[in-house]
Design a protein around this ligand. Structure first.
Ligand code: A3P
Length: 304
């Protein structure tokens, strides 16, 4: 999206609320569903790097870390364009005149860094055919739910989340854009050894960012000096990304993201769910969680 398109959007639209549809039972914006065959037919390239997440799991943070690694810690190079332009979101179609993720991806030179929120069964098969490296980031469901609630309040394209109590049920039922948190993390977890997938956790990244950056460097087959690694860590910190117009989404008009409702870089912590869940909701959630995750050897931390 270039600044001209953004201005034109801001001038011509009051609201950009997407209608919602479904692909194979997964709730997705209708515009995505309308061109589903094109998205599913997306042609990956061998040297693409894909950041895949359930929404609000730390996608933007991870994208920024990966890009800073590719730029060897050079913040100026990493700030060449807003994060949503330099890392196309292949499953999002925006209203014209904004460019879709597919269009932006076509225009990029290799190696491309791409983003998706698709559950694994909907991922375009060319990613596997080309043996593309995928960084999957997972975040505990309670914090994801809280973060998504605030995001749906501020993102004018997504359905209004209603009250927290309403949203609690909607999220648990998987009736949110991109579907069920459970199906998403379980699907990607089970596939992690079948493809080149690095499965990471938001909580680990908060706990020890340098350790996780080193994991990424190794996975990407790069070799960075200690100085460059420190730069990657510094420029991808919450404070730096919140202050950086290329990563904080401040270049998007408020008809798209209304950051006066809730900032995109909101808290960036583990455990904010404790400020939202009632005691009864926590019990209900834990019961449902136990059922849904039974037999899955995947453990999340909800506090550090
Ligand atoms: P909160 O809403 O809990 O603050 P995504 O990019 O997948 O939409 O995820 C957004 C979440 O990641 C938000 O969580 C945001 O604050 C957090 N986040 C973004 N950049 C971060 C960073 N550098 N460090 C920690 N958290 C970050």
């Amino acid at each position: 999206m270039d600044p001209e398109s953004l201005e034109s959007l801001a001038n011509h639209m009051e609201k950009i609320q997407f209608a919602m549809g479904q692909v194979k039972g997964v709730p997705l914006p209708q515009d995505t569903c309308d061109v589903w065959d094109t998205i599913y037919g997306f042609q990956a390239r061998e040297d693409d790097i894909l950041v895949a997440t359930y929404p609000k799991a730390g996608t933007t943070w991870t994208q920024e870390i990966v890009d800073l690694i590719l730029q060897e810690g050079d913040a100026e190079k990493a700030s060449r364009a807003p994060c949503f332009v330099k890392v196309p979101f292949i499953d999002l179609i925006l209203p014209k005149p904004m460019k879709s993720g597919l269009e932006l991806a076509e225009e990029l030179k290799s190696p491309r860094l791409l983003k998706t929120h698709l559950p694994i069964e909907l991922l375009p098969p060319s990613f596997w055919e080309k043996n593309v490296k995928v960084v999957y980031v997972a975040r505990n469901a309670k914090d994801c739910m809280v973060s998504y609630f605030h995001f749906q309040r501020m993102n004018q394209g997504l359905p209004d989340p209603g009250s927290w109590n309403d949203y609690f049920s909607t999220f648990l039922a998987g009736q949110v854009p991109w579907g069920s948190w459970f199906d998403h993390v379980i699907g990607w977890w089970k596939a992690r050894d079948k493809h080149q997938i690095l499965f990471m956790f938001y909580e680990d990244m908060i706990e020890d960012p340098m350790r996780e950056i080193r994991k990424l460097v190794k996975f990407l087959g790069r070799d960075l000096s200690e100085e460059a690694l420190e730069k990657v860590k510094h420029h991808s910190s919450f404070q730096e990304m919140k202050a950086n117009p290329m990563t904080n989404f401040s270049t998007l008009p408020s008809v798209v993201f209304d950051q006066s409702v809730s900032p995109f870089l909101r808290k960036g912590t583990v455990g904010d769910w404790k400020n939202h869940f009632s005691v009864a909701q926590n019990i209900l959630f834990d019961e449902e969680y136990k059922k849904r995750m039974e037999g899955v050897d995947l453990t999340f931390r909800t506090e550090l």
